[in-house]
Design a protein around this ligand. Structure first.
Ligand SMILES: Cc1cc2nc3c(=O)[nH]c(=O)nc-3n(C[C@H](O)[C@H](O)[C@H](O)COP(=O)(O)OP(=O)(O)OC[C@H]3O[C@@H](n4cnc5c(N)ncnc54)[C@H](O)[C@@H]3O)c2cc1C
Length: 340
């Protein structure tokens, strides 16, 4: 375990924000994680576990310890020949999209809709990543994590993770209490996939694919994502900056009187509004404030025009939130994690 001092985080966050951390430590194995926790370093300093840095905005230098999991490894835990279920465990430091592609190509299905989401496996259960009609919770079987205070190892079953829309127990009552070491996924060898999401359906039908294989689903999703989301290697962003707000049916009906075209999707007994549409209606699409812009192909995405600071990102986000609330009476919340 090697602790570095005063390390730049520019290369460790996809927004490309140039801040420093006082201390930086990586763990590349379970043993190194145990050593880190035994050292009690994380009890003496503020700390933050940073995976691929694709969902964070640093507003200033971090006066504490950044913990960066780099542990690698993917293993088949069990295979059930009767049900075709395969349990696969992946280490927190594995790249999420590479893992999702590898499973899809290997014929272990369930992750095909989640390809091309930046970040690492360890972060997937934290916000229950989701895209194109599938969420990580649909495939997560268990999460192996270490309690920071005691150093105890715990295996969380899926129901204990209390997954919700971009949410889990790790963002609420267990926030900053555990470090994820690895995640177990229930995949299937049965060729099935979910292709009901509207833009995915349209692209499949444009390509005359009526009964897509999971690999074809993954390829179409990659194509759609590349056409409307910034490539983190070229443009700094945290992907969708805001969550889609959830409103009651009666609230939606009231909104429809003034805005008949409002974009909404059923979400249980309530409705999810397309935050990107709300932002666009407020005239923000393609606009900029300082060195941060609202992406012209998807208004949900804020991006780094060049050398932006976290404070500039927050200022733009606040201006957008205020406009959406004043026009629609709807509060939109940040999906990205702001680190003050
Ligand atoms: C272009 C782009 C597109 C995106 N598209 C999507 C999308 O379609 N769907 C979606 O859901 N998200 C999307 N995101 C957001 C982001 O990719 C996900 O939230 C991803 O899971 C973050 O992974 P990360 O490793 O980068 O986590 P980080 O940003 O480093 O951290 C996110 C959170 O997870 C915690 N964390 C990370 N690793 C661990 C660990 N091992 N143990 C404990 N806590 C940990 C961090 O402390 C933090 O709270 C997108 C982002 C970008 C830049």
């Amino acid at each position: 375990m090697n602790i570095e001092e005063n390390v730049s985080l520019k290369a460790y966050n996809t927004f490309g924000i140039d801040v420093q951390t006082r201390k930086f430590v990586e763990f590349s194995s379970e043993k190194e994680l145990q050593q880190l926790l035994e050292s009690k370093l994380l009890l003496d300093f503020d700390f933050f576990v940073l995976g691929g840095g694709s969902n964070v905005v640093f507003c200033s230098n971090f006066d504490g310890v950044i913990v960066h999991p780099t542990n690698k490894g993917i293993r088949i835990v069990s295979e059930n020949v009767e049900t075709n279920e395969v349990i696969v465990e992946a280490c927190a430091g594995e790249n999420w999209s590479d893992f999702a592609w590898a499973m899809t190509k290997q014929g272990f299905y369930g992750l095909e809709n989640l390809v091309e989401i930046p970040g690492n496996v360890g972060a997937a259960p934290i916000q229950n990543v989701g895209a194109y009609g599938v969420e990580a919770k649909d495939v997560i079987n268990y999460v192996v994590a270490y309690e920071i205070e005691t150093g105890a190892r715990r295996v969380f079953e899926a129901h204990e993770c209390k997954f919700g829309y971009r949410d889990s127990v790790f963002k609420n009552e267990l926030k900053n209490k555990y470090i994820v070491l690895s995640v177990g996924f229930s995949l299937t060898k049965t060729m099935q996939s979910k292709s009901t999401y509207s833009s995915l359906r349209s692209l499949l039908s444009e390509k005359n694919i009526t009964n897509p294989t999971p690999l074809q689903v993954a390829e179409c999703i990659a194509e759609i994502r590349n056409s409307k989301l910034p490539n983190p290697k070229e443009i700094g962003s945290a992907g969708s900056f805001f969550k889609n707000p959830i409103v009651t049916c009666s609230h939606l009906e009231t909104l429809k009187i003034s805005y008949p075209d409002i974009v909404s999707y059923p979400a249980g007994d309530n409705y999810k509004l397309a935050a990107g549409w709300l932002i666009e209606q407020c005239g923000w699409k393609g606009k900029r404030l300082g060195n941060v812009g609202v992406f012209d192909k998807q208004a949900l995405v804020l991006y780094n025009i060049g050398g932006c600071t976290g404070k500039e990102v927050v200022n733009l986000a606040m201006a957008i939130e205020a406009d959406v609330e004043s026009k629609f009476g709807v509060k939109i919340e940040c999906e990205a994690i702001i680190i003050k």
